[in-house]
Design a protein around this ligand. Sequence first.
Ligand SMILES: *Cc1c(COP(=O)(O)O)cnc(C)c1O
Length: 382
Amino acid sequence: MNQHLRQDPVAFIDIGEQRRRLGSKIDTAVSKVLTHCQFINGPEVTQLESDLAAYCGAKHVVACASGTDALLMVLMAKGIGPGDAVICPSFTFCATGEVVALAGATPVFVDVNETTFNMDVESLRKGIATARKLGLKPKAVIPVDLFGQSADHDAIATVAKENNLFVLDDAAQSFGATYKGKRLGTLALATATSFFPAKPLGCYGDGGAIFTDDADLADKLRSVRVHGQGTEKYDNVRIGLTARLDTVQAAVLIEKLKIFDEEIAARNKIAQRYFDALHNIVTAPRVADGNVSTWAQYTIRLPKGHDRDAFANALKAQGIPTAIYYPKSMHQQTAYKHYPVADGGLPVSEKLSQDVISLPMHPYLDAAAQDRVIKAVRDAVA
Ligand SMILES: *Cc1c(COP(=O)(O)O)cnc(C)c1O
């Protein structure tokens, strides 16, 4: 079959290779859960929360059902609702702004930096002013650490403090990354992450977690996680959700966390190799000095005049998959275009949505496969 296909396609993200590497460790961990049958709130959930706290240095970790729930739970626990504005970047996965709308508040979209793809601090200031002009109360900002690289947390914290906003860090793609030597998880009032399988630290289904040093917030989050439970099981003191992490997923994550640093190192080696081979011919991503990215995506920009679809097709013909994150920014989406944007518009987000494209990236991308990607990119832009 397929004798004309000389080589198998390269994997865009290879979850199977990691599964084969962990092999019986995961099988054993999962079968322990299948033996004790505590599928909800089993001992693995508590174990994972303490492993994650030790890993990033946060005082409290609340595991939950997804990255989206992690974000939403913080807004609910903080009482965000109608009349409140929450400032978000527009160039992000839709969940960032979606949770604001779900909480009944108004997302106000701001622009991003062209080099880091992360929130532009000047646009954040403008977004806060826009919200006030519209009669909304700016309450929070959700910076996103996009594609694995942390946002400029010091600058964002300064603006947030001046304006009395709390910071909810959307680290769904970037748990494990560092900012000025510190792991994400401690740089905001609360940090949310996702364990969706394709994220750098993924489980075998949906999952997420919230990190905070605020004990009162952690208590509220634990309550929101189970229907706003009070001190007694059938005592409901606030509106909540069913947002627990399954024990089986926690068991998988405990094993995966053990090799996570090795995987981050492997991703960084691969990113460096891409950079060395490609930065002269396309706009290769750069990570600010002193920071470490988890490289959830390796996202390049094509030189002016190159058609992105033609580029993707040329790579596809060589067995190289690509993906576009994100073909539309949030303020351009049908569901979100009626929400306010910072004064002056969001030209960088719009431009990025036109010209970004992501290449295969995962810790098990070997040199031979990577060389095929590099060659295909070079041929396509030559
Ligand atoms: C994946 C993602 C989320 C949502 O995580 P889920 O676990 O899929 O709910 C939120 N924000 C960003 C930036 C993401 O990439």
